[in-house]
Write a protein that binds this ligand. Structure first.
Ligand code: NAD
Length: 499
């Protein structure tokens, strides 16, 4: 059995706590590795090393730091297949989707190559007589990030790339479900020229997380994961005086207007609802057709598409639409929620409950499900399912559809499908959700914009990546300098009394 490690001071380090978690191959259900779960002492050691390494890194000029990012991009491209394979094997997502996971992280690293420009600061010449004023963006020191299982390459890179480009040291606590890729990323960064100790990977669970939240040297904490944990981390981190940003769960609605291209809407819903087995915080989990006639047409288009979905292991390459979910517990939770939907009166139009994959009976595969006539009081509407289950809530009018999405406590992403520019504009302006798609089902902003939800999908103010990340990982220092007028007419050759 493979025993994974931490990555501290430029080396793989065995866990010493004696506690481990199983890492599964979700396609076969087998335990393929054990990951060490760090104690508070192990975490503290990693922070010590990071604290010692950080000043020299911060003093390295931003252009040189950016060159490390440039080289890192090359290495990510070189090892893309290797990274994607390790990722699929632990997460279960298809091979092309795993490459997408690496790619969307890589794009943020590319953005961070612009650190010298982004860190330039501000200058006012002649703010007063002989007075100039300038603001510098300085690194925080040691920052930490706690990441979820569903994007084990992308989200760590969204955090550590800007943090490092700004001159911080970084402690990454990846998900214990798929920790191999973060360890590989740390190795690649060192190969790219990052000095030892500047990025540490500490594997663990709640014990390591709590040690991060309570460690006084750690200045900022980034978290991505489920809402209850996001809320907990935000509260404890802030009360310990840290800068904290936490991104939580989602329930993303897609409004389908009567004038939408129904084939386009159905294709979009199938990709956004079932891709990655629904394990995306930007997955569409609620379809909201406006009007019964629209709903009937949409369901008619959706059913054959969903029934044709190919579910299988990543080893099947391009021949698979989505893979298994991450653990047996996740599968059980999803099927439990499906049952609650049936019990509470929703209409299960596509029933994937009996899905079995020959040769992979012990894998964590879940068949695709489609519900119609879901109502807002049902658990399948209120809760995030995080599986291949799409719920349809029929709305009587555009206003009703808008209100539905606005009243849900989550506010990560949403979309509207329409041919009416006025409806689209109105929706984008009024909706209280952070990321909006217009005829785009998964509107994940690109690296140079920022990513973040509203309501219970986000705690904090600054978003991930884009210019916000450079604000989050630096603090501003403003210098006011006054140089009184001095000697301007040649040297003084005689002793002069002080005046
Ligand atoms: P999770 O909340 O279970 O775990 C996230 C991280 O928190 C992991 O590193 C885990 O070890 C740690 N953790 C778990 N329980 C903890 C506890 N009690 N105390 C302290 N730390 C704890 O989330 P997950 O299952 O890994 O990921 C799926 C969730 O993440 C979904 O809700 C999804 O919507 C959300 N997500 C959100 C975004 C976003 O940007 N908003 C992006 C991706 C995933």
């Amino acid at each position: 059995m493979q025993e994974l490690t931490h990555y501290i001071d430029g080396a793989h380090v065995k866990g010493t706590s004696g506690r481990f978690a199983d890492v599964f191959n979700p396609a076969t259900g087998e335990v393929q590795a054990k990951v060490p779960l760090a104690s508070a002492d192990e975490l503290a050691h990693a922070v010590d090393v990071a604290q010692k390494a950080q000043p020299a890194w911060a003093a390295t000029n931003p252009q040189r730091r950016a060159r490390v990012m440039m080289k890192f991009v090359d290495l990510l491209n070189r090892d893309m297949d290797k990274l994607a394979e390790a990722l699929s094997k632990e997460h279960g997502k298809t091979f092309p989707d795993a490459k997408g996971d690496v790619q969307r992280g890589l794009e943020v690293v590319e953005y961070c190559i612009g650190a010298p420009e982004l860190l330039k600061g501000e200058y006012t010449d002649g703010a007063g007589p002989g007075i100039d004023m300038y603001s510098m963006r300085q690194p925080l020191g040691v920052s930490a990030g706690i990441t979820p299982f569903n994007f084990p390459a992308m989200i760590p890179m969204w955090m550590f790339a800007p943090a490092l480009a700004c001159g911080n040291a970084f402690i990454l606590k990846p998900s214990e479900r798929d920790p191999s890729v973060p360890l590989m990323l740390a190795e690649l960064l060192e190969e790219a020229g990052l000095p030892k100790g500047v990025l540490q990977v500490v594997n663990g669970d709640k014990e390591a997380v709590d040690a991060i939240l309570d460690h006084e040297v750690i200045q900022s904490v980034g978290f991505v994961g489920s809402t209850p944990i996001a809320e907990y981390i935000y509260g404890r981190g802030c009360s310990n005086g840290k800068r904290v940003q936490c991104f939580g769960g989602a329930k993303n609605h897609m409004i389908v207007m009567p004038d939408a291209d129904m084939d386009q809407a159905a294709d979009a819903l199938v990709g956004a609802g079932y891709g990655a087995a629904g394990e995306r915080c930007m997955a569409i989990s609620v379809a909201v057709p406006v009007g019964d006639e629209t709903a009937d047409r949409l369901i008619e288009k959706l059913v054959p598409r969903i029934e044709k979905l190919k579910v299988g292991p990543y080893t099947a390459g391009d021949d698979v639409d989505y893979g298994p979910v991450v653990t047996a517990a996740a599968k059980e939770k999803i099927l439990g929620l499906v049952q609650s939907g049936v019990d509470q009166g929703a209409e299960l139009v596509v029933d994937g409950r009996d899905f079995k994959l020959q040769g992979y009976e012990d894998g964590f595969f879940v068949g695709a499900h489609l519900f119609d006539r879901v109502t807002p009081d049902m658990d399948i509407y209120k809760q995030e399912i995080f599986g291949p289950v799409l719920s349809t809530v029929r709305a009587g009018s555009y206003e009703e559809a808008l209100k539905l999405a606005m009243d849900h406590e989550m506010g990560n992403g949403t979309a509207i499908f329409t041919r009416d520019g006025d409806a689209a504009r109105d929706f984008a302006n009024r909706i209280n959700i952070g990321m909006v798609g217009i005829n785009v089902p998964i509107p994940v902003p690109l690296a140079y914009h920022t990513f973040g939800g509203w309501k219970k999908s986000m705690f904090g103010d600054l978003n991930q990546h884009g210019p916000d990340a450079f604000k989050f990982y630096t603090r501003t220092k403003t210098v006011t300098s006054r140089w009184p007028s001095g000697i301007k007419e040649g040297g003084e050759f005689n002793f002069k009394a002080m005046d």
